[in-house]
Design a binder for this molecule. Structure first.
Ligand code: SF4
Length: 374
């Protein structure tokens, strides 16, 4: 059996809950991990203790470990290892390497990690090629230390002309490179804390994240100071079957409207763009839906990112192991071979198709959502 959209085997536990955002056509789903591991070091931090208390109050099975090492997470059977890891949340302390930020042009100046891993089951998840080991969701307890580190990075990090074009946004910090921070926010509170921190920061700075979830209610009343941009990762309807465990597309659009009405700068992350059947119409319909969701929002500050699908030999191997039988096409002979900036190989859409998709989708964006800065 495959584990992904439409499959119940090994799927993580989610509970339905209404998002009180107008309109809410379908419920957002909140993850309930089946196993919660708390390291002793995590409890040395106020945020770690607060998270442990929150998880216990939610009635989750919290195991307080004796050691700071997470062991026993690799059963022999790789399918079981995947299922168990995807159902496990661990409270840990971010290693020192995580406190030294990496520049990540062009999407932001710096990457900051509040957690690593995600409970959803997207068959094109980029984490498959980025993170090693079983896909446990690890949340960092030393949040105060992580946020304090950011101060020394303000005013630095701009490298590319794309970043220069966005200089008015200040120094940008991206916190969704290795996780979906909204998908675990009801369990951690870390994202709210980070939004408050940026809201009180007087220098020109911006926190950014993208999400395939929709439970934005805890964020609506926060003093964000318009210093956080919330982007929603969306795709053509035909791609929904590849996004197991995420919030339905309509719920993401309702959430986008709710946060835009709450004054947040927002964004559309159209990703990963795929040549699905009748893709011109499919992506036009998606953009029309986004435009309807944002209709009439005052002081709208909107960006759009268009990211085409790609895979690497490494991510393909991991994803085929996680989702055997997936219908997602990852054939090298249908792709163009390119090199990443680190010299490794990636497979992207063929040049002509890429150009045609770019031309069409940017054209539809300009027509339907002229407020969006690409
Ligand atoms: Fe990966 Fe994002 Fe899907 Fe989570 S929501 S599995 S991070 S693609």
């Amino acid at each position: 059996a495959t584990i992904g959209a439409g499959s119940r085997i090994g799927a993580p536990a989610f509970v339905g809950m209404n998002v009180h955002a107008p309109p809410t056509p379908s419920p957002a789903r909140l993850w309930r991990p089946r196993r919660v591991l708390v390291t002793p070091a995590a409890l040395d931090h106020a945020h770690g203790r607060a998270m442990a208390g929150r998880l216990e109050a939610l009635g989750l099975p919290v195991e307080r470990l004796r050691s700071n090492r997470l062991t026993g997470l690799r059963p022999e059977d790789p399918r079981r290892a995947y299922v168990e890891a995807k159902n496990t949340l661990a409270l840990v302390v971010a290693p020192p390497t995580r406190l030294k930020l990496q520049p990540i042009p062009p999407s932001a100046d710096w990457r900051v990690d509040l957690a690593e891993g995600c409970p959803a089951h997207c068959q094109y998840c980029y984490l498959a090629g980025s993170l090693a080991g079983p896909p446990v969701t690890r949340v960092y307890a030393n949040l105060g230390e992580i946020l304090a580190t950011l101060r020394s990075y303000a005013g630095s990090g701009r490298i590319t002309s794309a970043q220069e074009e966005r200089a008015h946004e200040g120094t940008t910090f991206e916190c969704s490179c290795y996780t979906d921070p909204l998908g675990i926010e009801h369990l951690t509170g870390s994202l709210s804390e980070a939004i408050r921190f940026f809201g009180a920061w007087e220098a020109p700075v911006q926190l950014r994240f993208t999400t395939k979830f929709a439970a934005v209610e805890p964020l609506l009343g926060l003093p964000h100071g318009r210093n956080t941009r919330i982007r929603f990762s969306v795709n053509a309807r035909a791609a929904a079957r590849y996004e197991g465990g995420t919030a339905p597309l309509a719920a993401r659009f309702a959430a986008m409207r709710a946060v835009a009405l709450a004054g947040y700068p927002v964004g559309l992350t159209v990703a990963p763009i795929l040549p699905v059947e009748d893709w011109r119409q499919a992506y036009d319909a998606l953009i029309a839906e986004a435009a309807a969701a944002l209709d009439g929002v005052p002081d709208l500050d909107l960006t759009a990112e268009l990211i085409t699908h790609r895979f690497t030999p490494g991510s393909k191997t991991v994803l085929e192991g996680w989702y055997p039988g997936s219908g997602l096409a990852m054939r090298e002979d249908e792709r163009a071979r390119k090199f990443t900036k680190f010299g490794s190989v990636k497979y992207v859409l063929p040049k002509d198709l890429m150009s045609e998709m770019r031309r069409h989708i940017t054209g539809r964006l300009a027509a339907r959502l002229p407020a969006a800065r690409l």
